[in-house]
Design a binder for this molecule. Structure first.
Ligand code: AMP
Length: 277
């Protein structure tokens, strides 16, 4: 596995790779969710490029940028074990020169939910993902459905900007008790960790109701709230909604839909979703 940290080195390395090239963008602190993306990329492509970049522009000033875990040595070993060909580990200066002046701003699926709760977040994500796709010139890029709104934003920008890459969205990897695997789960105190699966369990219960014929958004979202309220360690509920999987507008009753939610457990923000179609 070759590790490179400049765009010029990345371009040179990719030029020597067999096509197709699969790209797995990450912020490091790798876990089973990331590894599922890498394995799928390995299975689908002749070559795999992975990236580790904790992108400061997608964190709000009050966010957890400073405490975001950065276990680089362990991360490199995990990628190497999955036969990643090239890992790109740029620093902030390489990605954003002092006179950097461009933002990729996606409308539509950025409205509401994470877009409201985390102002500027999707501008940061859209800009960095656009850069990574252009820098790597990958044929296929892999993202997780755990961040479903981000996935919709990336699909849209790739389509709107005619970026010649295919976007693959892969299922959420979960702990044994249903909690979506996340780099932030380590910040949960033991009793909070024990309470955290309530989010997925509430969403799953309402997925079952949906499949039994209850397709009313108000009833399903209220059901999630009632179930979450039974768990005292689940704090503020930021949102619960039934949305169109592509547009993130309220579900119209047709097409793929997601039941999405974000809650606080202790100091940690948990987001999750289930596919209802
Ligand atoms: P991050 O390092 O948090 O930016 O995540 C990098 C990629 O891994 C994104 O495409 C995420 O959606 C994906 N990802 C994070 N957690 C999971 C998970 N539990 N299951 C599947 N994919 C995930």
């Amino acid at each position: 596995m070759l590790q490179v940290s400049t765009v010029a080195e990345l371009r040179a390395a990719v030029a020597g790779l067999a096509r197709p090239v699969g790209l797995v963008p990450t912020m490091g602190a790798l876990h089973a969710g990331h590894m599922s993306l890498v394995r799928q990329a390995r299975e689908d492509n002749a070559s795999v490029v992975a990236t580790i970049f904790v992108n400061p522009t997608q964190f709000a000033p009050t966010d957890d940028l400073a405490r975001y875990p950065r276990p680089l040595v362990e991360d490199l070993a995990l990628f190497a074990a999955e036969q990643v060909d090239v890992v790109f580990t740029p620093d902030v200066g390489e990605m954003y020169g002092a006179d950097f002046a461009t933002t990729v701003r996606v409308d539509g699926p950025t409205r509401g939910f994470e877009g409201d709760e985390r102002p500027g977040h999707f501008d940061g994500v859209a800009t960095v993902v656009t850069k990574l796709l252009l820098q790597s010139q990958a044929d296929v890029a892999y993202f997780g459905r755990k961040d479903a709104q981000q996935a919709a934003v990336i699909r849209r920008l790739v389509r709107d900007l005619d970026i010649p890459a295919r976007v693959e969205i892969l299922p959420t990897i979960r702990e044994y008790d249903g909690l979506a695997v996340s780099s932030r789960n380590v910040y949960l105190a033991p009793e909070e960790r024990a309470a955290a699966p309530a989010l997925f369990l509430a969403l799953s219960a309402m997925r079952d109701r949906f499949h039994s014929g209850v397709q009313d958004a108000t009833e399903l979202t209220a059901g999630v709230r009632v179930l979450l309220a039974r768990q005292p360690l689940v704090g503020a509920i930021e949102y619960v909604a039934l949305v169109d999987a592509d547009t993130f507008a309220a579900w119209s009753g047709r097409g793929a839909c997601l039941l999405i939610a974000a809650v606080r457990v202790g100091s940690v923000r948990l987001i999750d979703n289930v596919v209802l179609d």
